[in-house]
Design a protein around this ligand. Sequence first.
Ligand code: CMP
Length: 139
Amino acid sequence: ATERTLSIIKPDATNRNLTGKINAKFEEAGLRIVAQKRIKLSMEQAGQFYEVHKERPFYGELCEFMASAPVVVQVLEGENAVAKNREVMGATNPAEAADGTIRKEFALSIGENSVHGSDAPETAAQEIAFFFSGLEIVG
Ligand code: CMP
């Protein structure tokens, strides 16, 4: 089925001017960018977005990193978009990511791993609503 998922191009990638190269990977995989904006998250916004991880030891570091420089938030649409995006991103830890994936090619570490993608259709809906109003998504 046609799905939508929330993607974030993270500070390590925007710092290195990789937005276009990463978007090309999504488009080559058949994912359509139906909404996109470059924003700078506050610590509070980063903390709220990653609230599910707040008990994890890396939570503080994760929020500081996400608020350290601009991110590009985007809605990707396509057949099985959630799973397809996760395939294109590769494993969370770039050391474990398959050849040709975004994280294999561009990520620096498990924290500075260039992209975030929703992990399920239910979380995708919540994460999309966190950043976008319906009017901003043009399929
Ligand atoms: P993401 O998909 O954005 O969701 C949560 C993020 O936490 C994850 O990608 C990683 O970048 C980050 N993360 C996971 N494990 C660690 C870790 N051990 N140290 C630092 N960051 C981590």
